[in-house]
Design a protein around this ligand. Sequence first.
Ligand SMILES: C[S@@+](CC[C@H](N)C(=O)[O-])C[C@H]1O[C@@H](n2cnc3c(N)ncnc32)[C@H](O)[C@@H]1O
Length: 200
Amino acid sequence: MTDQETIAVYDAQIDSYVELVKRESAHPSLVDFIAQIEPGGYVLDLGCGPAIASAAMRDHGLRVDPVDASAEMVRLANANYDINARQAVFNELNVVDVYDGVWANFSLLHASAAEFPVILSAIHDALVSGGYFHIGMKTGNGSARDSLGRLYTYYSATELSEHLKAAGFAIEKTKTGEQRGLAGEVEPWIVVGSRAARMS
Ligand SMILES: C[S@@+](CC[C@H](N)C(=O)[O-])C[C@H]1O[C@@H](n2cnc3c(N)ncnc32)[C@H](O)[C@@H]1O
């Protein structure tokens, strides 16, 4: 279930959030993701925020479907980029063989532990066979609200990799680091690139 308190924080803190991520259009993970998708490929930006990544993907010739639960994020994305961002929550994803790639950058950390495996499975179903999946998460354990009120569920690198494999993904690359987030804390993160297993 979508945590409305988390969404309210993004609605209210949108200017600070954009300030934090505005230089991310050339982030190495995004450049790498774009290189994984054939020109003209169709990408779901799940929990797109202000859709900076979607705009960069479109600039590189991809077709994008940016979705986010926050009405303010969607409004700003469309005002800035005229990019057909739409308001939807993770659990609404219910399509098969549609996307060549899914970019879920630091968004699924707001999915509950119970819904996380279900959403990963829905992402796998939504990808074409061999489609590419990028996920960015903060690492740790358990669930907690940060000082702004956003609800997170944390995983270790091992747990995340087990969840991805259980959903049918073959992991291709993993990168870890630390960064100061919107709440001001320096926190560890992980990004994983994986591929939806090909059906024979
Ligand atoms: C940390 S931001 C990441 C935004 C963007 N992917 C980026 O890299 O800048 C998390 C985003 O997930 C969205 N979000 C949180 N819960 C969601 C849900 N249940 N369904 C869809 N989006 C959600 C928030 O509104 C927010 O825009």
